[in-house]
Design a binder for this molecule. Structure first.
Ligand code: DAH
Length: 340
């Protein structure tokens, strides 16, 4: 039995030497010290020995068991450390590796222009309102005094959805909506998308943007209109900018005008941007027609107001020297990246 014990110890040593991971080590432990393990069986069989033999063999068996337990403990420590090491290697981060660049988006030039114009008017106390892009014929035309025979109502100019709904062809319906919703003093601007049945070319797009403005209160005159819009032009294009108002016609204003600004490129001498005239047309405006105020439910004896509307693409094209409106909608980053 003692030779058997010695053999077990030698075998255990040899096996543990070869074991390379936790599983193999555990396997060896079970085979020796487990319930049916070799050493366990020997210890169990000691009952059949004589008392003297039992004493000697018992001592030896305990020694062998102690030795094996110690060997196992060492081996477990070794393979666990190795396992940890392997895991660390797998998870290692190379901090010297160059990072992957995240490409940041930029604001679209149309957004930039809307924000700049909005900021100027907000600094003058205007607030921003919005209206629907799918609009009723009533708000887009009737409420704005565009009679049943007005040319802009034509199917070839406006996208109709049904007989009574359409894609708004201007932001002016927001004027009519605001007049019904708010009591004076009203001081709002409304940027947004508009739609017209235009074939795309360098200066036309079936979808474009406008910014509408409306100011209504007691005692508002053409002088307020001129003062406000002149101030706007100076804020947006520079303090040296001059303005000029030319008579025009819009159904929803009376009198109506178009405002020109002195060319911000040449200062008025005449260049390619202003086509030699020294002036650039920038917006339409006028005193709100009494019919429009009436439809809005206002007392026209008491209240007057002015309104204006400008094309955002046109302003952006002039400002940035873009000569084709279609560039705004192609989303080519090489184009859009230039307006940062
Ligand atoms: N809605 C006009 C257009 O699309 C622009 C405009 C002109 C708006 C004069 C106004 C205004 O509010 O008073 O051409």
């Amino acid at each position: 039995m003692q030779t058997q014990l010695n053999k077990i110890l030698e075998e255990a040593k040899a096996q543990l030497e070869k074991a390379v991971n936790i599983e193999e080590t555990e396997d060896i432990r079970v085979k020796l010290l487990g319930k049916k393990g070799k050493l366990t069986e020997i210890l169990r069989g000691m009952g059949s020995l004589s008392p003297e033999e039992r004493k000697v063999t018992g001592q030896m068996a305990n020694k062998v068991r102690g030795e094996i337990e110690r060997l196992l403990e060492d081996k477990f420590e070794e393979v666990k450390a190795a396992a940890r090491e392997a895991k660390f290697k797998l998870e290692k981060i190379d901090v010297t590796e160059p990072g992957r660049e995240v490409k940041l988006g930029v604001k679209h030039p149309i957004t930039i222009t809307i924000e700049e114009v909005s900021r100027v008017f907000m600094n003058m106390g205007f607030s921003i309102v919005e209206g629907p892009e799918v609009e009723t014929v009533f708000y887009n035309f009737d409420a704005l005094n565009a009679g049943p025979n007005h040319p802009s109502r034509d199917m070839t100019d406006t996208f109709y959805i049904t007989e009574s709904t359409l894609l708004r062809s201007q932001t002016s319906p927001v004027q009519a909506r605001t007049l019904r919703k708010q009591d004076p003093p009203i001081k709002v601007i409304s940027p947004g998308r508009c739609f017209r049945c235009d074939t795309p070319d360098a200066t036309h797009s079936p979808m474009f943007h406008q910014i509408e403005g409306l100011l209504v209160d007691e005692g508002i005159t053409m002088a307020d209109l001129k003062g406000t819009l002149d101030r706007f032009a100076k804020e947006l294009f520079g303090t040296g900018t001059r303005t000029k108002f030319r008579p025009h016609h819009f159904p929803f204003t009376e009198p109506s005008a178009e405002m020109d600004v002195s060319c911000f490129k040449c200062g008025g001498k005449g260049c390619r941007v202003c086509k030699g005239s020294g002036w650039i047309e920038i917006l339409g405006c006028g005193m709100v027609h009494p019919h429009v105020l009436e439809v809005g439910g206002l007392d026209t004896e008491k209240y007057t107001g002015f309104a204006f509307g400008m094309g955002v693409e046109r302003a952006a094209m002039l400002k940035y020297g873009v000569d084709d409106i279609r560039l705004f909608y192609e989303n080519d980053m090489r184009f859009i990246d230039q307006f940062k």
